[in-house]
Design a protein around this ligand. Structure first.
Ligand code: IPE
Ligand code: IPE
Ligand code: MG
Length: 247
């Protein structure tokens, strides 16, 4: 008989330092489904199963912000059945998790354009944001219908509107002006970006916020990425030498 000893997640004092903002590109659900000879929707569902533990652990460690890439502006080009399965998962995820997230003082923010989503999803996401708006714990950013370039276009339009109406002169526009017009306004830059499944690209995620992020590309497919893998990633981050262009 094979005995598996359950993993005990590390506590914050184990790490020499922790990131203030972690971003995760949760990739590999499709390959996971294929490997297990399951329908693609099952792969996406499996991908939400470990999500609960990852969020809980992030909150317990006292990390300030966690940004999760759930659905990109480019993901609309997938087959309609797959898009429908992902849209259903959004509803299911919030129905099952919102009570615990709220009880854990988590503040939810959706990154991306909610207007283009079906009404049920839009309502669910708005409700989750409103219900948790006064919470002061982990800032949980979930990117849905999100694109980094679209976010920069949105910021440019807002800033141009302020300039055109005389509320801001072009010379006053600084890096922080741009940051203030991103979805993540008021939150620190990404310190650690994790992309599972071995793909080595950003796929239009948090382009501005990742300027000095440390990148980690674990091979594991997202549904297999465990709290133990996450702790290992956080430990690797702690050993990185961040120079920001200096000596
Ligand atoms: C990531 O898994 C989830 C979403 C993009 C919604 P994928 O579905 O991209 O998985 P692979 O890359 O095909 O394995
Ligand atoms: C990025 O993964 C988007 C999400 C994980 C939600 P994709 O699988 O869509 O990205 P590409 O197509 O490999 O760049
Ligand atoms: Mg993928």
């Amino acid at each position: 008989m094979k005995l598996t000893i359950p993993y005990t997640p590390k506590t914050a004092d184990y790490f020499p330092r922790l990131p203030a903002h972690v971003a995760i590109i949760m990739d590999g659900n499709g390959r996971w489904a294929k490997r297990h000879r399951l329908a693609i929707a099952k792969g996406h569902r499996a991908g939400t199963e470990n999500l609960r533990e990852i969020i809980r652990h992030t909150s317990n460690l006292g990390i300030g912000s966690l940004s999760l890439y759930a659905f990109s502006t480019e993901n609309w080009s997938r087959p309609p059945e797959e898009v429908a399965a992902l849209m259903q998962l959004i509803l299911d995820f919030f129905a099952s998790e919102i009570d615990e997230l709220d009880a854990k003082n988590v503040r939810i923010l959706i990154l991306g354009d909610k207007e283009q989503l079906p009404e049920a999803q839009r309502e669910t996401l708005l409700h989750a944001e409103e219900r948790t708006a006064r919470n002061t714990g982990l800032r949980l950013n979930i990117a849905i219908n999100y694109g980094g370039r679209a976010e920069l276009v949105k910021a440019a339009r807002e800033i141009a509107t302020l300039a055109a109406s005389g509320h801001l002169s072009p010379g006053q526009i600084s890096e922080s002006t741009i940051a203030e017009h991103l979805y993540t306004a008021g939150q620190p830059d990404v310190d650690l970006l994790i992309r599972t499944s071995g793909e080595l690209r950003l796929s239009n995620f948090l382009l501005y916020q990742c300027a000095y992020a440390e990148f980690l590309f674990p091979k594991k497919l997202w549904p297999d990425f465990s709290v133990q893998d996450y702790d290992e990633a956080l430990m690797t981050f702690a050993t990185r030498n961040r120079r920001y262009g200096g000596r």
